[in-house]
Every structure is written in C-alpha cells, then in structure tokens.
Design a protein around this ligand. Structure first.
Ligand SMILES: *[C@@H]1O[C@H](CO)[C@@H](O)[C@H](O)[C@H]1NC(C)=O
Ligand SMILES: *[C@@H]1O[C@H](CO)[C@@H](O)[C@H](O)[C@H]1NC(C)=O
Ligand SMILES: *[C@@H]1O[C@H](CO)[C@@H](O)[C@H](O)[C@H]1NC(C)=O
Ligand SMILES: *[C@@H]1O[C@H](CO)[C@@H](O)[C@H](O)[C@H]1NC(C)=O
Ligand SMILES: *[C@@H]1O[C@H](CO)[C@@H](O)[C@H](O)[C@H]1NC(C)=O
Ligand SMILES: *[C@@H]1O[C@H](CO)[C@@H](O)[C@H](O)[C@H]1NC(C)=O
Ligand SMILES: *[C@@H]1O[C@H](CO)[C@@H](O)[C@H](O)[C@H]1NC(C)=O
Ligand SMILES: CC(=O)N[C@H]1CO[C@H](CO)[C@@H](O)[C@@H]1O
Length: 521
C-alpha cells in the first residue's frame, strides 16, 4: 500500500495505490459479464421533474459526514489563504447568496442556480459568481482575491457586456437572470462573470479583474446549464472552468467560477484562471499533516465475496515467488528481493523485462488472466482548509472523478462500473481493507529528500507477462457457448476492453501511468 502526493496549486491529490492484486478484475462467469454489459444506466433525462412536489437536491447543503478535524500545525497548508505570488493572495469562499435560478434545462432537466459569494473576508474581492446544476446538493466555492502588495494585482473592470438574459426565453425560472462579462483594463483579465436578477448593469465595484501575468489559460469543463436538455452548440450554455494545462508540474489554479458561452464560442475562452506564478509550494501539507489527511480520508475497500485473489503488499508479492524475467533469457528468471532493489531502474517499458508469479486458472478461459494489477483511488483535498473535494476511482486505463457531494449517491452506479462492468462490484463482503491502517508514503516530490522512493516505484516494465496465446481463439471458445443474439453483444463488449483486461499486456507500475503526473480524467 502506498500513497503519493501530487502538487496542486489549490489542492493536493493523495494518490493512493491501494493494492497489488494477484489476478484481479476480470474473474467472472460469462453470465454476470453479460448481465452487466447489457445493463444500461438510467438515462439522465428520463426522470419526470414536472411534478414540483419533490425537493431538489440543491436545496440541501452538502456537508461531509463528520466535521473537518483540526489539522496539525504546518507551514501554509489549511491556513485559509494562499499567496499566489506577484502580490495576489486568494481565499476560498463557500458562503453564497442565491441570485437567480431556472427550474428546467441542464442535466436531468432540473435547471441550475446562480450564486454570488458573500461574507468575503475584509480586503478580498469577488473574482466571479458560482453556478451549479440543481440535480446535486449545494457544494461549491469560489476564490476571492486580495492585493497583497503595491503591484496592482487586481483592478476594477472598465465596464460590462451583457452576454445573455433569460428575458426572451420561456423557461421556468425565478424572475429573470442576466449574465455579465467584465471588460478588463489593458493588461488585466476577467476571471468570472457577474449574474444579476435585474437588467441594471452591475457596479464596477462588484468584481475585480486580475493582472494578466498572474493568470493562465483555461477551458470549459462539465456542462452546468443550457435551456435545453443537452448542451446545444447553437445556443446559450454554462460550463465549469478548469486550467487548460493540468498536472503536478502545471501552475494553473481553478477559481471555481463558471463560463457562459453563446453559439459554442469555445476557444479562446473569454475568461482566464489564476496561476501559482512562483510555483510556491508552501501551501502543501508537511508529513505530520499528510498523516492526518490519510487518517481522515483513507477509504475502506470492500472486496467482492467471490474474490479469490486478494490484495497484497509489494513486499509480499516479491517475497512469495515472484520472478523477474529477461527477454532472451526466459528460462533463467531470477527472484526479486523484498525491497525490489534488483529490479531494473528507469528506462522505458520496452518489453525487456517482466515479473510473473504463477499460472492460474480463470473460469473465462484465458481472457482476464493477468498476474499483477494495480488499483487506485485519488482523493483531492483543498489546500485552503483540508476539505475533501472529490475522489477519482480508477478503472483500468481510465477512471471517473466523483464530487464529494455525490460520493454516496453515485457509489452504487460507480461501483457497478468499476471493472468496466465485468463484475458486479457492489456486492460487499466481509473482506474489507482499511487503507489507512498500514500505509507508506512513497513519493512527495516537494518534500525533497525526506521521502525515499522505493526501488519498485521506478521499475518501468510490466508487472506481468506479455501473453502469447491467440486472444481471438480464446474469445471464440467462449462465444461458441453463447446463443446468437448474445454472442454479437459479447463480441462488441470484448472489443471495447483494454488490452490489460484481455491479458495481452501486463500492467505497468503506478508511476508509469500517465496520470501519476497528469490530471486524471
Ligand atoms: C410527467 O408528469 C406530469 C404531471 O404529473 C404528467 O402530466 C406527464 O405526463 C409526465 N410525463 C412523463 C414523460 O411521464
Ligand atoms: C510540520 O510543521 C509543524 C509546524 O511548523 C512542525 O511542528 C512539525 O514538526 C512539522 N512536521 C514535520 C514532519 O516536519
Ligand atoms: C511562498 O509563500 C509563503 C507564504 O506566503 C512566503 O512566506 C514565502 O516567502 C514564499 N516563498 C517564495 C519562494 O516566494
Ligand atoms: C507582472 O507584471 C508586473 C507589471 O508589469 C511586473 O511588475 C511583475 O514583475 C510581473 N510579474 C511576473 C510574475 O511576471
Ligand atoms: C509470503 O506469504 C506468506 C503466506 O501468505 C506470508 O505468511 C508471508 O508473510 C509472506 N511474505 C512476506 C514477505 O510478506
Ligand atoms: C535490499 O535488500 C538486499 C538484500 O535482500 C540488500 O542487500 C540491499 O541493501 C537492500 N537495499 C535497500 C535499498 O534497502
Ligand atoms: C449488484 O449487486 C447488488 C448487491 O447484491 C444488487 O443490489 C444489484 O442489483 C446488482 N446489480 C446488478 C446489475 O446485477
Ligand atoms: C493528463 C493525462 O495524462 N491524462 C490521462 C489519464 O489517463 C487516461 C487513461 O490512460 C488518459 O486518457 C488521459 O489522457
């Protein structure tokens, strides 16, 4: 078990590679494979919201199940504000006043609500309004900015452009909404919109623009709202915004605002994100704080009751018969020391080496055979206050981000998809692993020499063999046993599986996944 901390200007990621599973994921009977692959998730627009009797999720304010712990003292982590350099200090504001709401359109056709941050601390200014769809509990924040020096990091807008109003649309709404784009002075950029419920232009005092060299390019993220039930390239749409360049080396900072677009004017966006201009990492947690974060948020993993192959530690995997094979010397595999020090370091996944335990029997023929697999979740935590924001669940080479506010409601859906629907993972068993009980911190670049990366982390080759059997033959064997209509669905299903599941390639280690340093999506 291992946890990795990636650097983010406004949030850290606890990158928890939970387990090395010996033979994992795809061990199922054909029946349950088919069951899941043919089950479609309920269509998001199928619900009937015209009855107004039921309270909308947004009317509930999301709170984590228990209050935030008091984090141990550190340097800048969880101190409430972050110095982004160049005279700009930011804080995270989650108290909001509702400005305008629609009751239809957007995800699930439930509408969206637009908010203005309130109770902004003294000396800080609004950089943009907040919006979210009504189909989720209220869970939002925006950053507010403060001029920390004499360098005019912030300036009032010169004027505003009205980019859209609901006056002429026939949607169900509370009054009317007006979305304004600040016109920044030369050398400054607008970071967010102002939303009003009257046609009167907002005062320039309302918001601040940010000096251009403290901003970064951003792009539209997920769809928040549009008058229709799907985003329409020829209309008005509202999206979340995120920095265009993301990853542990990227400097962009999400502000939590939204961007409004007309007729798909996608690029470049009218708004910018902020930037951690000096790559100042004083807002990252120190080791004492990391320990507290892991204690607070480490998830429990329930294993499927039929799971035959249980997670193991890396040292167990090495000590219990794992052999290192070298290309050209397949007959002379060598054991691996528990600390992994004999593993070739660096280089690339060139097929020159692989690790292997033993051959196993899998009910589904050879499909789904692999030897070692990594599972991981990533927790994204606010550097302002240590609050859990979202969680990433890996599914083979892809994955899903789930907002903290949706963790409970989405869990079942998500768990069903985990394993790409090969197996019904929602069935809990008594086999549960508390990932926080025994963890080791294997990487945290910003802590320098305080953390020694173990040798196995820098092993770039596969944790399993490249299998030489003909996958088509194996699939045909399974297909023969299936009735006609199911057979073609099965073929389609198999074609959609990544090579790792099909056992054609052994998985590489966590550091070799591009999301180790990138932004998972
Ligand atoms: C939705 O509910 C309304 C009011 O109860 C009803 O008239 C309408 O037929 C329903 N529509 C669908 C698609 O179920
Ligand atoms: C974290 O920072 C606090 C406050 O400076 C300090 O007391 C503590 O020893 C630090 N922890 C580590 C592991 O350096
Ligand atoms: C980083 O930010 C902290 C907190 O504001 C500040 O004390 C420190 O001087 C900054 N470091 C650099 C290298 O700018
Ligand atoms: C940004 O521009 C200001 C004003 O031109 C300048 O004083 C400052 O040094 C620049 N900051 C950075 C981080 O480039
Ligand atoms: C190897 O496996 C055995 C049986 O599960 C276990 O008792 C032992 O601790 C393992 N070795 C290591 C180094 O984990
Ligand atoms: C790893 O273990 C081997 C013996 O099994 C030992 O010689 C070597 O010094 C160890 N390396 C590290 C980095 O601990
Ligand atoms: C998965 O298992 C859970 C728990 O046993 C069950 O409620 C659910 O209906 C199953 N889902 C599918 C798609 O089989
Ligand atoms: C930023 C980045 O590298 N993202 C990648 C995360 O992993 C998935 C699946 O491998 C890729 O599709 C993304 O590009």
């Amino acid at each position: 078990m291992a946890h990795k901390l990636a650097k983010w200007a406004d949030s850290i990621s606890l990158f928890g590679f939970l387990s090395l599973e010996l033979i994992p994921v795809a061990v199922v009977s054909v029946d349950s494979a088919m069951g899941n692959c043919l089950t479609s998730l309920p269509s998001p627009t199928a619900k009937n919201f015209s009855k107004k009797s039921k309270a909308l999720p947004i009317e509930t304010m999301f709170k984590l199940p228990s209050p935030l712990p008091v984090w141990p003292k550190g340097d800048g982590f969880a101190s409430g504000t972050i110095d982004l350099g160049g005279g700009l200090r930011v804080c995270q504001v989650s108290t909001m006043v509702k400005v305008w709401a629609t009751h239809e359109g957007g995800p699930d056709n439930t509408g969206a609500t637009f908010f203005e941050p309130s109770h902004i601390p003294d000396g800080f200014y609004m950089l943009g309004c907040y919006s979210q769809p009504n189909n989720k509990p209220f869970f939002g924040w925006v950053l507010a900015g403060k001029d920390d020096g004499s360098s005019e990091a912030l300036r009032k807008p010169l004027d505003y452009t009205l980019i859209w109003s609901s006056e002429s649309s026939k949607i169900k709404e509370d009054g009317h909404g007006y979305v304004w784009l600040p016109i920044p002075p030369d050398g400054y950029k607008a970071i967010g919109h102002v939303v009003t419920n009257s046609p009167q232009k907002p005062s320039p005092e309302k918001i601040r623009c940010v000096r251009a060299n403290l901003t970064d390019q951003c792009e539209a993220g997920s769809w928040i709202w549009g008058p229709g039930q799907a985003s329409d390239a020829n209309g008005f749409n509202v999206y979340t915004v995120k920095p265009s360049i993301r990853g542990i080396k990227a400097l962009g900072v999400s502000v939590g605002t939204f961007v409004a677009q007309i007729d798909g004017t996608v690029s470049p966006l009218s708004l910018a994100c902020l930037k951690n201009a000096q790559a100042n990492l004083s807002c990252m947690p120190n080791q004492t704080q990391i320990d507290a974060l892991i204690r607070a948020y480490s998830p429990w993993v329930y294993l499927h009751p039929d799971e035959e192959y249980l997670p193991s530690s890396v040292s167990w995997f090495f000590a219990n018969g794992t052999l290192l094979y070298k290309k050209g010397e397949e007959t002379k595999p060598v054991p691996i020391e528990p600390n992994g020090s004999s593993l070739p370091q660096g280089g690339s996944n060139d097929g020159a080496y692989w690790a292997k335990v033993k051959i196993v029997n899998v009910p589904l023929g050879k499909i789904g055979e692999h030897v070692g697999d990594w599972e991981h979740v990533t927790l994204r935590v606010s550097n302002f206050n240590g609050e859990l924001q979202r969680m990433y669940f890996s599914e083979h080479s892809g994955g899903t981000w789930v907002e903290a506010s949706e963790l409970v409601s989405k869990w079942t859906c998500f768990a069903r998809e985990w394993g790409i629907g090969i197996r019904n993972d929602t069935e809990k068993s008594k086999m549960v692993m508390d990932t926080g009980v025994s963890y080791s911190l294997v990487a945290a670049e910003y802590l320098g020499s305080a953390i020694n990366e173990p040798a196995w982390l820098n092993y770039c080759r596969e944790w399993g063999p490249k299998l030489s059997y003909d996958i088509t033959d194996e699939i045909k064997k399974v297909e023969k046993a299936l009735p006609g209509p199911v057979r073609s669905a099965f073929e389609k299903f198999v074609k959609g599986l990544p090579n790792e599941v099909l056992g054609e390639e052994g998985p590489t280690g966590p550091k070799m996944k591009n999301n180790w340093s990138g932004d998972e999506r």
